[in-house]
Design a protein around this ligand. Structure first.
Ligand code: DQA
Length: 142
């Protein structure tokens, strides 16, 4: 199974960015954690991060016919992006949504997620472990 893992804006700032919310480990550590988790679960994984909405739409479109699953942390675009929702609907690739923090217990504006409308599952508040949980969803499908 080929899985594309997409991380949205500011996640490249992990370790520096609000460590009390997102933890002290940096983005490189997250990427290593995702790769190690995929290896353990017998999944093939590609990693993509962008701070730009259109680039995320482009990578979702180019996943069509290539990937069997998408794991996405759309970051701030979670709460604003109809374009990312539409791209996920267009390619119809099974998608699991991940958030490091628990978006349901933070500010009001974080409680709404466009991506949740299409996601098979949403995992929040588990930190790095949430990505492994998301990958596990696809390993059960093998
Ligand atoms: C986030 C939560 C979002 O509300 C926020 O904008 C992020 C990260 C998370 O992983 O907890 O950038 O998606």
């Amino acid at each position: 199974m080929k899985i594309l893992v997409i991380n949205g804006p500011n996640l490249n700032m992990l370790g520096i960015r609000e460590p009390q919310i997102y933890g002290a480990q940096n983005f490189e550590a997250l990427q290593k954690f995702i790769k190690d988790s995929a290896d353990e679960l017998g999944l093939s994984v590609s990693l993509f991060q962008s701070n730009h909405e259109g680039e995320i739409v482009d990578v979702i479109q180019s996943a069509y016919g290539v990937y069997d699953g998408i794991v996405i942390n759309p970051a701030a675009y979670t709460h604003t992006s109809v374009a990312i929702l539409d791209a996920l609907k267009a390619v119809a690739i099974p998608t699991v949504e991940v958030h490091l923090s628990d978006i349901n217990t933070r500010e009001e504006f974080r409680k709404f997620s466009y991506v949740s409308m299409v996601a098979k599952k949403t995992i929040c508040g588990l930190g790095f472990e949430g990505y492994k949980e998301a990958l596990r969803y696809f390993s059960f499908e093998k």
